[in-house]
Design a protein around this ligand. Structure first.
Ligand code: SF4
Length: 327
């Protein structure tokens, strides 16, 4: 018997999987602020026992929220849903000043998981108001970070600017005494255009050098910018309510790739892959690496993949825990 005789007839031989090149962006996924916020909830459960209440999704990711729920966290939207005598954690996005004040008034044990880079913007806002400046805040209406930052200053001290058109048309109380600040998770390119328009119209405006967009948002966008021109399709793993994830999808599209935001592998519509030779994969700052690996495994089930990391920065940022949990 020859080797040829042992081989299955050509018609019954499994056909090889089609080839797919996969580019994987780095940095991607968890940033230091998200890592710290999740750690705060886990440590609070360890330290005080379940349940620990969390006001708002600790970070915008369903998988993270469900995992913490399984460990004993209870998520609520408002402080009055928290019973007396149990600890409560404020989310990474930050909260208006009225929230910790209300917690203190009730004698609640609260832990603030606001990202230190968001807290930095809060302090900048206070300083501008103390200096008598009206603040133009560049951000997205309704995002919890924006709500939290507006809640650092008296009502009427800050006006929201969302677009270049807003910057062109805004009427301000006093052109000389103006300041600007930004949300931390915006599009780097769009924000630069808005800031340039504000500086053109109001040369005396004061603000941060450039913007307040955080290192993690900038780095993830830069990696997608480098990766997307080589991709037919980009998958961004992240939640629909995650600002920085939505911006990654937009950056990929601007670089000429089709792009989809997915929560996890089960959300992939395989018809997206028709005619695709190269796919890019990235994840927003609140999406855990386990979901990236789940997507990679799903791709490997259907394709013979060759993967390549597109690394544009190496991050080593770590934020300290609140003092109550650090000991
Ligand atoms: S995305 Fe930036 S601002 Fe938001 S939690 Fe992460 S590091 Fe902090």
């Amino acid at each position: 018997m020859t080797v040829t005789d042992l081989a299955a007839p050509a018609s019954t031989r499994p056909s090889p999987l089609p080839r797919l090149a996969v580019l994987v962006a780095a940095p991607r996924g968890f940033c230091a602020g998200v890592d710290r916020a999740i750690h705060i909830v886990e440590l609070a459960i360890e330290r005080y026992g379940a349940p620990v209440y969390v006001r708002h999704e600790i970070v915008h990711n369903r998988y993270v929220v469900e995992t913490l729920k399984a460990k004993g966290a209870i998520f609520v939207e408002e402080l009055d849903e928290v019973p007396d005598g149990v600890p409560v954690v404020f989310s990474a996005h930050g909260v208006p000043k009225a929230v910790p004040a209300a917690a203190e008034a009730r004698g609640l044990n609260y832990l603030d998981a606001t990202c230190p880079l968001v807290s930095k913007v809060h302090r900048q806002a206070e300083r501008l108001v103390d200096a008598g400046r009206h603040i133009l805040f560049i951000g997205h209406a309704g995002h919890p970070e924006v709500v939290g930052t507006f809640g650092q200053v008296p009502a009427g001290a800050m006006t929201l600017i969302e677009t270049v058109e807003d910057a062109r048309s805004i009427v301000v109380p006093d052109e000389v005494n103006l300041g600007f600040l930004t949300q931390t998770t915006l599009s780097v390119d769009d924000t630069a255009d808005v800031v340039a328009e504000l500086q053109r119209r109001f040369p005396a405006i004061q603000g941060p050098k450039g913007d307040d967009i955080c290192y993690a948002t900038s780095n993830r966008q830069a990696a997608v910018k480098a990766m997307a021109p080589r991709c037919d399709l980009v998958l961004v793993i992240g939640a629909a309510n995650s600002s920085n994830s939505q911006r990654l999808r937009e950056v990929a599209e601007r670089e000429g790739a089709r792009a989809h935001l997915i929560g996890r592998a089960a959300d992939i519509d395989w018809s997206w892959f028709d005619g695709v030779a190269t796919v890019g994969v990235t994840a927003g700052a609140s999406a855990p690496e386990v979901l990236v690996q789940e997507v990679m495994a799903a791709l490997a089930e259907r394709y013979t993949i060759t993967s390549e990391d597109i690394t544009t920065a190496v991050e080593q940022v770590v934020f300290k825990l609140p003092r109550a949990l650090a000991q």
